[in-house]
Design a binder for this molecule. Structure first.
Ligand code: GDP
Ligand code: IMO
Ligand code: MG
Length: 424
């Protein structure tokens, strides 16, 4: 295996955690490069279900270095509780976790701002996770943010935090009529946090480039999905980072010539959490059926996920903007009981046929999907041991998805467990 970036090819929750865990076996380093604890990546091992938010999904394998890159935004309180959560499951991170000194820090005022903007200010509700992601990235790009490394320099941290608290308090009191924050309390709390995470902090770009020089294998773990990317997604109904493959370079300090392959994780149907257009969304009865079978509830917020038919335009867009070499189709088993399946291969709006994913949000809200219908397989696939043993109609469905999106299927997932994975 070479250096590979794994991304979500739809609106997130495609099953990245499961696939990263499997591929980690052959990797030396696993790197998160964007997003924060808005992500929820599930790994199932036997009866144990582990949900990771910030720590890379390679952490269940011993001796893999797990890196939280500079492009990630870190809530130290959430990170410390994730370390504790893993410790309780006998997973000790002390030797194999690294955190970039350049990653930006989420403060309590970011989380409050996230909620206040959603509730009181915006005409358009995005349905964020409320973890402070957007406001933290806003500060980063406005050049007022505070980085993990800044927390180690008490005087610098004090000055930066004072400015931030002053500015945010003015916004809280004047714009939102919300209570203000006390500088001292946050300052002390974050000094305590950094004392705990200090041993993990390093220059991760140096670490990874040195690893590349030694021919070590690196897996880059995307969070969210292509359609949630701030540039290539359904803006403004997106997250605030570049979840696409290109984000792996800027978010880790590794150059594009060092990444050899990009793989997209694709659910056999489509889901989305939060607000925003979703052209192939099911009507109520089918929504309920697939949500129940697929257990489609958010791993971070527990919110019910919206479900719909497979949208080839979405994944074709992901193949293009990520330069995907191949795809992994997950949750095929969820469709086992469906007599008929629909695949969207275009949108129609005002007499025009769209064969590429449009950026115009109005088209996305109002377009009618153009579907083709395929017969289901009405057979249990969860115990299948070989790709060639999948029901004929399931293989036909996969072949058609692959043709429409323009990428080959490399793996198929038929359950949440490690051994429910077929290599093509
Ligand atoms: P991620 O954010 O992309 O890592 O995905 P999530 O963990 O948020 O959501 C995927 C969910 O589907 C998790 O509960 C997984 O355990 C589960 N899952 C993954 N692959 C499969 C599969 O092939 N079949 C079924 N039934 N569940 C799966
Ligand atoms: P993983 O990595 C699914 C969605 C939120 C909301 C929008 C913006 O598990 O696939 P944010 O809190 O990021 O500002 O919210 O993005 N969202 C996700 N949806 N999976 C995720 O992560 C998500 N992370 C954010 O629901 O619509
Ligand atoms: Mg998830």
């Amino acid at each position: 295996m070479s250096n590979i970036v794994i991304i979500g090819a739809q609106w997130g929750d495609e099953g990245k955690g499961k696939i990263i865990d499997i591929l980690s076996k052959d990797a030396d380093y696993v790197v998160r490069y964007q997003g924060g604890n808005n992500a929820g990546h599930t790994v199932v091992v036997g009866t144990d279900k582990i949900i990771l938010h910030l720590i890379p999904s390679g952490i269940l394998h011993k001796n893999k270095i797990c890196v939280i890159g500079n492009g990630v935004v870190i809530d130290p309180e959430a990170l410390i509780s994730e370390i504790e959560y893993l410790k309780k499951r006998n997973i000790d991170v002390s030797n194999n976790l690294r955190i970039s000194d350049k990653a930006h820090v989420i403060f309590p005022y970011h989380k409050i701002l996230d909620k206040l903007r959603e509730e009181k200010f915006r005409k358009i509700k995005i349905g964020t996770t409320g973890k402070g992601i957007g406001p933290c990235y806003t500060d980063k790009f406005a050049r007022g943010g505070i980085r993990i490394g800044d927390l180690l320099n008490k005087r610098l941290f004090k000055d930066k935090l004072k400015c931030n608290v002053e500015e945010k308090n003015a916004i809280f009191s004047k714009v939102y009529k919300h209570k203000i924050y006390r500088f001292d309390k946050i300052y002390q709390q974050y000094l305590d946090f950094v004392n705990i995470i200090k041993p993990y902090i390093c220059d991760c770009s140096v670490l990874l480039n040195e690893a590349i020089r030694k021919k070590k294998k690196i897996l880059f773990e995307g969070a969210q999905g292509t359609l949630l990317d701030v540039d290539h997604g359904t803006y403004p109904f997106v997250t605030s980072s570049n979840s696409t493959a290109g984000g792996a370079c800027v978010g880790s300090g590794v150059g594009p010539t060092r990444i050899n392959k990009a793989i997209g994780i694709v659910k056999a149907y489509t889901t989305r959490v939060g607000e925003g257009p979703f052209p192939t969304e099911f009507s109520a009865p089918l929504m309920k059926k697939i949500r129940t079978i697929g257990k489609e509830f958010g791993a971070t917020t527990g919110r019910p996920r919206r479900c719909g038919w497979f949208d080839a335009l979405v994944v074709k867009h992901a193949v293009a903007v990520n330069g995907l070499d191949g795809i992994v189709v997950t949750k095929l088993d969820v469709l086992d009981q469906m007599p008929k399946l629909k695949i969207c291969r275009g949108y129609k709006y005002k007499g025009k046929l769209y064969e590429h994913f449009p950026s115009d949000i109005e088209v996305l809200w109002k377009a009618k999907p153009v579907y083709e219908e395929w017969p289901g397989w009405l057979q249990d696939t969860t115990k299948t041991k070989k790709f060639s043993k999948l029901p004929v109609n399931a293989r036909k469905y996969l072949k058609r998805l692959s043709q429409l999106v323009g990428a080959k299927v490399e793996m198929v997932s038929i359950g949440s467990e490690r051994n429910q994975t077929l290599f093509v």
